[in-house]
Design a protein around this ligand. Structure first.
Ligand SMILES: Nc1nc2c(ncn2[C@@H]2O[C@H](COP(=O)(O)OP(=O)(O)OP(=O)(O)O)[C@@H](O)[C@H]2O)c(=O)[nH]1
Ligand SMILES: [Mg+2]
Length: 376
């Protein structure tokens, strides 16, 4: 996968669901596909109670997809659904083209964006875990073929199975090694956290849906110079910066990876140690793009993801409704400690700082100085 190319490669988007097609159902997948460097040129939706066991799509729609692949001369087919390894193998064999499911697409985007050593290791682990079921699926196909025929292909197939067994073992070993390495880095992270605890430094984690404006807020608050971009998953590695307060009090702010609906489980597992920055924070700033039509759904996904990484439901939090300059959409029900801001234009930033000080120290301390400092 290549990003930021001038001539985009072409992709077809596919979705199977039991409900009537929602006109907006391809919006997020299109953005993901764009972020990955592809232009969506065609979309196929099938309403079906149960996806086909072998190809996910029914016969007719599968033939339609095959035609579209030839007509549009595309490079990739992406399913919005999560597909088993054997379905992906079947589809690739039949269409003779690369096929991703949503999970693989997100993993590929992460892989292209990871910069730090830790980020790269984490994504490598998640991708390898994702590959394992596909290799297992191939093994099942081969043994089925092997069992079906008594012809001269037997020895060759046996060789294929042996190779798969080797691949599988190698992959498992690599997964083990990566898990160990990441575990060590996680311990270092834990030590840094313990040091902050000892020094009684309060930590604030900026979390939220991807593209909500977390990095922009981090930059506005701390001048940390974090990359903010109108792309999904612009931030992968957590960045930490200090905010100095009066009377030598300081806060450590962390900008984290954005969440998205159905964030692959393997990815959450792999990014556990970095996501733990949110778990152990004294305060969460949940940044939401209040101009988004799906702000409520996105907020719910963020809350669910926080629970899945072990954040306590009663953890201190401020709901930051960002992009207020673009106008606010639906209200988020039952949210307390809400503030409207524009991270880009600075509206509401001073009030937000006051609110942070209030929630952490119980007083309206004025924040006087900012300094960027990574790896605190
Ligand atoms: N109009 C407007 N745009 C904003 C505001 N805050 C951020 N943006 C834009 O929204 C886009 C995403 O901003 P980021 O800060 O990269 O968002 P993020 O939440 O860090 O995104 P990921 O790291 O990809 O999850 C950028 O194009 C920003 O310029 C705002 O207050 N108003
Ligand atoms: Mg970011």
């Amino acid at each position: 996968m290549q990003e930021d190319q001038h001539i985009l490669k072409k992709a077809i988007l596919v979705k199977v669901d039991s409900i009537k097609e929602d006109p907006k159902c391809f919006v997020e997948l299109s953005r993901l596909v764009n972020t990955a460097g592809y232009e969506p040129v065609h979309k196929i939706y099938q309403r079906r109670d149960k996806p086909d066991k072998a190809f996910h799509l029914g016969k007719g729609k599968l033939a339609e997809l095959k035609d579209a692949v030839d007509t549009f001369d595309v490079d990739l087919v992406v399913f919005d659904d999560d597909l088993s390894g054997s379905k992906l193998n079947n589809l690739e064999n039949y269409l003779d083209i690369e096929v991703y499911d949503r999970k693989t697409l997100i993993l590929e985007i992460f892989a292209a964006r990871a910069i730090s050593g830790e980020g790269k290791l984490q994504i490598d682990l998640a991708r390898k875990k994702n590959m394992l079921p596909r290799i297992l699926g191939k093994g099942i196909e081969l043994s089925r073929q092997g069992g079906g025929g008594a012809g001269g292909g037997g020895a060759r197939r046996g060789g294929g199975e042996q190779q798969l067994e080797i691949d599988r073992r190698t992959l498992r070993k690599e997964i083990e090694e990566l898990t160990l390495k990441i575990g060590k880095l996680g311990q270092e992270r834990q030590l840094r956290r313990a040091k902050r605890n000892k020094n009684k430094i309060k930590t604030v984690a900026i979390v939220g849906y991807t593209n909500a404006g977390k990095s922009t807020l981090m930059n506005t608050l701390t001048k940390a110079g974090v990359l903010a971009d109108d792309k999904l998953f612009a931030t992968l590695d957590p960045k930490t910066s200090r905010l100095w307060l009066e009377e030598n009090r300081e806060i450590v702010l962390t900008d984290t990876v954005g969440f998205i609906s159905r964030l692959p489980h393997g990815l959450i597992e792999a990014f556990k140690s970095t996501l733990e920055e949110a778990k152990y924070a004294d305060l969460l700033l949940i940044v939401s793009d209040a101009s988004s039509e799906s702000v409520v759904v996105e907020y719910d996904i963020v809350c669910e993801t926080l629970i899945s990484i072990g954040v306590e439901e009663n953890a201190k939090r401020i709901l930051v409704l960002n992009k207020s300059d673009k106008g606010l959409n639906s209200v988020i029900p039952n949210a307390r400690d809400v503030i409207k801001i524009s991270a880009k234009y600075g509206d509401g930033i001073n009030q937000l700082k006051e609110m942070i000080a209030q929630m952490l120290f119980g007083d309206g301390m004025e924040i006087i100085e900012c300094a960027a400092n990574e790896k605190i």
